[in-house]
Design a protein around this ligand. Structure first.
Ligand SMILES: C[S@@+](CC[C@H](N)C(=O)[O-])C[C@H]1O[C@@H](n2cnc3c(N)ncnc32)[C@H](O)[C@@H]1O
Length: 270
């Protein structure tokens, strides 16, 4: 991408505007997403169209959600603009489910996400999981590592548990700071999240899983007997076959689901 375009738009830090400038990475991303004509594709944050333009070459229509109106004005001057269905909105409040009803088909979401909102955005998107085919995101390396982390890993936490509860997650490629302009301080990883067809996990109420993981990870080094003492007695933990001396970071997703379901059933009896 030429530097000329950056004279027309000064990148805004508050919107996490680090634009992709490495064409090889762009081509690779498009290949990994592998869009097909007729599918419902949705881009979060098209920015200066690094991904939007090559995507439009392969599609008849593309939904884009961009919070920065000035970027949309630049997009309007592009030849492929007629293929876009544009929403000038904060993706964190966007009703993704409405896009399912456009063609009655699952939606495919992608984007080089603004790093400052990527975690909240992913958690928000899980609320629309039933209409999503896959999510393909460029993320800060540390966030991607948290998504895929397993028990015992230093990155394992709430985000790993909730994300793996909903999705199978694959790392597709790495990017270095110089692949973006302005150059960020962090490295990046492009990931694919695919909602489970048949989930290995089940909870009656995701909010309870959220509560239990939240409490457990408030201090990840504390043992469960202490961190969860308001919710479970030591006897209950033993009955559930969960060692009360385990630390939050060593408890499996299955065990967190067990804890959440125990609480759910207990509340039902009240
Ligand atoms: C990292 S840039 C990526 C831009 C472009 N896709 C690229 O790869 O060069 C993030 C983009 O998301 C937009 N953005 C930031 N916060 C947003 C939000 N809450 N909702 C929608 N778009 C947002 C920014 O304005 C910017 O265009």
């Amino acid at each position: 991408m030429s530097i000329k375009i950056f004279k027309k738009h000064f990148p805004l830090k508050k919107y996490g505007q680090n634009f992709l400038i490495n064409k090889n990475i762009v081509d690779n991303i498009i290949k990994k997403i592998h869009p097909e004509i007729g599918q419902t594709l949705v881009e979060i944050g098209p920015g200066l169209a690094a991904l939007t333009e090559p995507m439009c070459q392969l599609l008849d229509q593309l939904f884009v959600i961009e919070v920065d109106y000035n970027l949309l004005l630049l997009l309007k001057q592009k030849s492929f603009y007629s293929k876009l269905v544009v929403f000038c909105q904060d993706a964190l409040t966007f009703n993704f489910t409405q896009l399912f009803y456009k063609k009655n088909q699952l939606i495919r979401i992608f984007g080089n996400l603004p790093y400052n909102i990527s975690t909240s955005l992913i958690l928000f998107l899980f609320k629309h999981i039933q209409v999503i085919q896959d999510m393909n995101f460029m993320l800060q390396k540390e966030v991607a590592e948290r998504l895929i982390a397993l028990p015992g890993n230093k990155s394992y936490g709430r985000l790993s548990i909730i994300s793996q509860y909903y999705c199978d997650i694959k790392i597709l490629l790495n990017a270095i700071p110089e692949d973006f302009y302005p150059i960020p301080k962090v490295h990046s990883i492009f990931v694919k999240l695919i909602p489970h067809n048949i989930s290995p996990y089940f909870v009656y109420d995701i909010n309870i899983l959220s509560l239990v993981t939240n409490k457990s990870f408030q201090n990840r080094r504390k043992i469960l007997r202490h961190s969860l003492k308001d919710l479970f007695s030591e006897t209950i933990l033993v009955q559930l076959d969960i060692n009360p001396k385990l630390r939050a970071e060593n408890v499996s997703i299955l065990q967190y689901c067990q804890l959440a379901n125990y609480l759910y059933k207990k509340n039902l009896k009240k």
